[in-house]
Design a binder for this molecule. Structure first.
Ligand SMILES: [Zn+2]
Length: 236
């Protein structure tokens, strides 16, 4: 169950999501502030809770806006599409068969004349499809290489579309990688691959885990910030 509150004094809208949870928490996304609370709390209590976190929420909204302006993906003619850490200018044209190619510093999308939906939607879908194909080829091969270098062997590898993370490793040793990693600088993507490979040995974020990551990726610290600054890619 959820309801919309329009709260003038806090100067941002938020959505209240009630559930069986025992404590309250606020989640700030690019397009919404979600306040998750237990079923039994009153509207006044929620109000007070949000007021008490006001500064924190505003800070996060600010950060998201700055991030969106610097790294947000905009499907417009001339918009910038990151690919392996470089920005390419987006251009589209109509033609016989749909295709995506990189030419010089442009990424050119050809839209089949048979496509009926709005160009922006079709371009976005074609670009994503193309990036996923690239991710399947590049990330899988790179993981294998890093696996050989580190001696850490996953049970399986897949490319997925996650909204809140860049990669994961489950207790069965299966590694999943977010296709959006192909938009990142290759050495930044490597950090995520190495991070997940290291979970094959340490299934936690203990000091031992981080020592192993540093051992295989000595310059990885700044790369964690690289992904924090590009959290907006996950919203595309
Ligand atoms: Zn981890």
């Amino acid at each position: 169950m959820s309801d919309i509150h329009d709260q003038a004094p806090v100067s941002f809208d938020y959505q209240v999501v009630r559930s069986k949870r025992k404590s309250a928490a606020i989640q700030v996304n690019a397009d919404a502030v979600l306040v998750r609370v237990p079923q039994w709390v009153s509207a006044q209590w929620v109000d007070k809770f949000v007021q008490s976190r006001r500064q924190w929420v505003l800070r996060h909204l600010d950060r998201q806006q700055i991030q969106q302006a610097a790294h947000g993906i905009e499907i417009v003619e001339g918009g910038l599409i990151p690919w392996r850490g470089r920005d390419y200018r987006l251009r589209w044209q109509s033609g016989g068969a749909s295709a995506v190619v990189i030419a010089g510093d442009e990424v050119v999308v050809t839209l089949s004349r048979r496509i009926r939906r709005p160009a922006e939607q079709a371009v976005s879908a074609l670009l994503q499809q193309w990036l996923i194909q690239q991710a399947e080829q590049l990330l899988g091969a790179r993981l294998l290489e890093l696996s050989r270098q580190t001696g850490l062997m996953p049970a399986a590898v897949s490319v997925r579309s996650f909204r809140r993370r860049w990669g994961s490793c489950d207790s069965g040793g299966r590694i999943s990688l977010n296709w959006r990693l192909v938009m990142a600088r290759p050495e930044a993507a490597d950090y995520v691959l190495i991070h997940e490979l290291c979970h094959l040995r340490h299934f936690d974020h203990s000091a031992r885990f981080w020592r192993l990551v540093e051992h295989h990726c000595p310059d990885c610290r700044p790369l964690q910030d690289y992904f924090r600054q590009r959290g907006c890619w996950l919203q595309w």
